[in-house]
Design a protein around this ligand. Structure first.
Ligand code: CBF
Length: 830
């Protein structure tokens, strides 16, 4: 600092009280000030929601302090930064997580108590930030938490949707979707940065201009939209580092389009300009296919363009040589959704920064890496050339140019193998000529990561086989992980306390490998007793929640058997429901003496179906229809219950997972890229009933087959079994359960006909029939039997938690940082 600057800074600092204080009186004063001045309610009269708002603002103030310090420090140290680009971030609630990561949750709880409020009750007031669909979006959220905790200099970039993932409302057992206008009640965590805004261009034409004795391309846009930054601080745990998640919101641009004003229709001109806002209005609710939608394309480019402008602006603030760019910048693409960042960086470097194509290309090849979350080629995104050419004409040219050089390279490698060339080309010829976004990413990224070991095998041998043969060194995997801060510390404080007590430290919150220490105590009677107690309290809490949500009373003595995740045919909720029908039928036909031996079960299913996914919606209805019959059958009583939890989201998961005894991860082998739900259950000491798919294969290695209930076909067996399924009948038990659905035992037989048809008659693509017998075996012979022996069950539960350390996102992020991004921690010293 210059002398003058230093003096000014000192004076500013002397005017402040220093950092905000965290003693109970200061916290109370702070909360009351926010009640009075931010929420604008009298400090003598405010309700829980207003108290929540004030409390969040008070927490946010502390986040902002750390956020500023962190960014000033990063600026000073100028480390290589990671920019994590994702179209989806499923953050859930922030209050508890932030207060815990700041290390002042208990201080706040005390302060609130003295004001007559309870921290937990206020935390319940917060709505979920549901800016994403499922696994891929939670991946982004967990990574942000780990990046901050591990002091990595990172930024997240995404889109600030006005409507997050739809709310699921169940009427007469059918799913209905309602918009989630999550901003209706304000969002205290974000800060609008009006000065941080960029013009994002669309449509128009590309013109050639003379430049420096040659030609250059100039994009003359047809529409300009303003991207305004909204910053969301992400605090690390056990560190002052607080990084930023910057989400872009679309606003009409000041660069108004003269043509609309020339019409003289002022009102319509203004209304048209207002339509710009629709770009960031709604999240696409399908987590698998979004082919060829103009709005989707605009969303992708909008957030990518604003982010790239922001990144380049930050780089240029302290550097003037683009050769240094790869030393300072790593860009991570979360799936192919942000891959337009590649032609965008090329465009900015070549057209605006006037670098040569070769210079720009060298930079691009060094800075981009991506993670793919897909298992099947059909899941890969394609954009019709006509659409791309109309919305982003200059980008289409750039992609064609990249492809031209790429195809030349291919010819050198493989000769004129036209089949291979056409499979690998970025441009897909065919009825609808399209750009293959995955091919674009692979060509330009230095590293492509899968999300589990078996996922990488599938990428190498199937999905990206051709590319793997060309560039084996590009393909890697980093098995997914989840953050223990949210999935244990926030959601299961009872178990956390117990773990820390028995390990003699809470250092595991930053170093999950320490959980292995629990293995030494797995059969200790005292720990077993305490473990059971904590788990029972969580089950009682879950039972209360179920009653509040569905009106159904369930007994915490029963085994809670849970499957919560997106509804998909490959995730096989239908297998679960058919298993329940089979169990119901068995109980119904049992003698009284046998009934007494039945382990009572509460089967809990929850999840959303994409609004246009008919089969998934039928599965939801079937679950309700079967539940209706079973739950009202007086022959069955408490021996079996089936509950559907509506509107499954992050905060519902936080409540359900700690109260589960067993959880199902039963996808057809080879279909789940990783699966992360299993990891959350595992940490919480819930036993897994699973197929050997995705990351479960690595979980088995970590905790051993004896500590879970494994069943079903293996990945390598699936193709053969599929052929067999075409020609063979179904096992009897399976056929019987299915027949009950077909024959109308649960009513709605016409509605369920196509569901039954999808598995009968040789079309059982997901191998439900094939796996049914071993599924029942795992449920009855293994799980029921183990549950009766509570000592053994508790040992398995403790060993599950003990073996979950490897599935922390801290491990995943550490691997990405060292092997892919080349970034180092940069810990703010204050
Ligand atoms: O990698 C995170 C998760 O992503 C998905 O949810 C996805 O959106 N493609 C996969 O289906 C999961 O297997 C994976 O764990």
């Amino acid at each position: 600092e210059s002398g003058e600057g230093k003096a000014k800074a000192e004076r500013m600092f002397s005017l402040m009280d220093g950092f905000l204080k965290n003693d109970p009186i200061s916290l109370q004063k702070d909360i009351l000030d926010h009640v009075e001045y931010t929420v604008a309610r009298s400090r003598f009269s405010f309700d829980d929601f207003e108290a929540y708002q004030a409390l969040s603002h008070s927490v946010r103030d502390r986040l902002i302090e750390r956020w500023h310090d962190t960014h000033a420090y990063f600026k000073r140290k100028d480390p290589k930064r990671l920019y994590f680009l994702s179209l989806e971030f499923l953050m859930g609630r922030s209050l508890s997580n932030s207060a815990i990561n700041l290390g002042i949750r208990d201080q706040y709880a005390d302060a609130l108590n003295q004001l007559g409020f309870e921290f937990e009750v206020l935390a319940e007031q917060e709505g979920d930030a549901a800016q994403g669909n499922g696994g891929l979006a939670r991946f982004s959220a967990c990574h942000m938490d780990s990046l901050a905790t591990m002091d990595f200099p990172a930024w997240g970039y995404g889109l600030r949707y006005q409507y997050g993932l739809f709310r699921q409302v169940i009427l007469d057992g059918f799913q209905h979707e309602q918009p989630d206008y999550w901003l209706n009640f304000g969002n205290p965590w974000e800060t609008e940065r009006i000065p941080v805004s960029y013009a994002v261009k669309f449509y128009g034409t590309v013109e050639e201009k003379d430049f420096n004795g040659g030609k250059c391309k100039v994009w003359v846009p047809g529409e300009t939209v303003e991207a305004v930054a909204y910053d969301n601080p992400i605090p690390g745990y056990g560190t002052r580092n607080t990084i930023n998640l910057r989400l872009w919101s679309a606003k009409p641009s000041d660069l108004y389009d003269m043509e609309s004003y020339d019409t003289g229709d002022y009102i319509n001109a203004v209304i048209n300009r207002q339509k710009a806002e629709t770009i960031s209005s709604v999240l696409y609710p399908d987590d698998r296919s979004y082919q060829g939608k103009e709005l989707r394309l605009k969303q992708q480019y909008f957030f990518v363009s604003a982010s790239v402008q922001d990144i380049i602006r930050r780089f240029k603030d302290s550097h003037n040589d683009f050769n240094q760019f790869p030393e300072k910048v790593a860009l991570q693409l979360n799936d192919t959704h942000p891959s337009l960042a590649i032609p965008e960086v090329m465009r900015v470097l070549v057209d605006e920064e006037l670098l040569s194509w070769k210079q720009a290309w060298d930079i691009v090849c060094k800075i981009f890496s991506c993670t793919t979350h897909t298992v099947v080629p059909e899941g890969l995104e394609k954009i019709p050339v006509d659409l791309l050419g109309s919305v982003l004409p200059r980008h289409l040219q750039i992609i064609f140019d990249i492809n031209l050089s790429f195809v030349e390279e291919l010819k050198k490698h493989f000769g004129l193998d036209f089949n291979r060339l056409s499979r690998m080309s970025i441009v897909e010829e065919g009825a609808v000529k399209s750009i293959r976004m995955a091919n674009l990413s692979i060509v330009c990224c230095h590293t492509v990561n899968g999300v589990s070991r078996v996922h990488l095998d599938i990428l190498k041998t199937k999905v990206f086989k051709d590319f793997y043969e060309l560039w084996p060194q590009k393909f890697h995997y980093k098995t997914n992980g989840v953050t223990q801060r949210r999935w244990l510390v926030v959601s299961n404080p009872g178990l956390c306390g117990l773990i820390s007590k028995w390990l003699g430290t809470d250092a595991w919150i930053r170093d999950m490998d320490l959980l292995m220490g629990l293995r030494d105590h797995a059969v200790d009677a005292e720990l077993q007793q305490e473990w059971k107690m904590v788990r029972r309290i969580n089950k009682i809490r879950l039972a209360e929640f179920i009653e509040a949500m569905t009106g159904m009373k369930v007994s915490p003595d029963a085994m809670f058997d849970v499957q919560i995740k997106r509804i998909h045919e490959y995730k096989r909720q239908l297998l679960n429901i058919l298993g329940i029908i089979y169990r119901y039928d068995c109980i119904k036909n049992m003698k009284e003496s046998d009934r007494r031996k039945v382990v009572p079960r509460v089967c809990i299913i929850g999840g959303k179906a994409a609004p246009g996914y008919k089969m998934a919606k039928k599965i939801i209805k079937l679950c309700h229809a079967v539940g209706e019959t079973i739950n009202n059958d007086s022959d069955i009583g408490d021996l079996l219950k089936l509950v559907f939890i509506p509107d499954y989201n992050v905060s519902v998961a936080e409540l359900v997972i700690p109260g589960s005894d067993i959880s199902q991860h039963i996808s057809t082998a080879g279909h789940e890229a990783s699966g992360t739900g299993s990891m959350k259950f595992l940490m919480n000491g819930c036993l897994l009933l699973a197929t050997a798919d995705g990351a479960t294969i690595e979980i088995i290695e970590e905790i051993g087959e004896d500590n879970m209930f494994l069943f079903g076909a293996k990945v390598h067996e699936v193709p053969k079994l599929r052929e067999k399924a075409q020609n063979h009948g179904m096992p009897l038990q399976f056929a019987r359960a299915l027949k009950m659905v077909r024959d109308g035992y649960f009513d709605y037989e016409d509605y369920f006909k196509s569901l039954c048809d999808s598995i009968e008659g040789g079309g059982d693509f997901y191998l439900l029939g094939n796996d049914f017998a071993s599924y029942l075996e795992a449920q009855q012979a293994a799980a029921d039997k183990a549950f009766v022996d509570q000592e053994r069950w508790t040992k398995m539960s403790i060993l599950s938690t003990a073996g979950s350390g490897r599935f922390s996102s801290d491990r995943t992020v550490g691997e990405y940082a060292h092997q892919t991004w080349g970034i180092e921690p940069c810990r703010c010293p204050f």
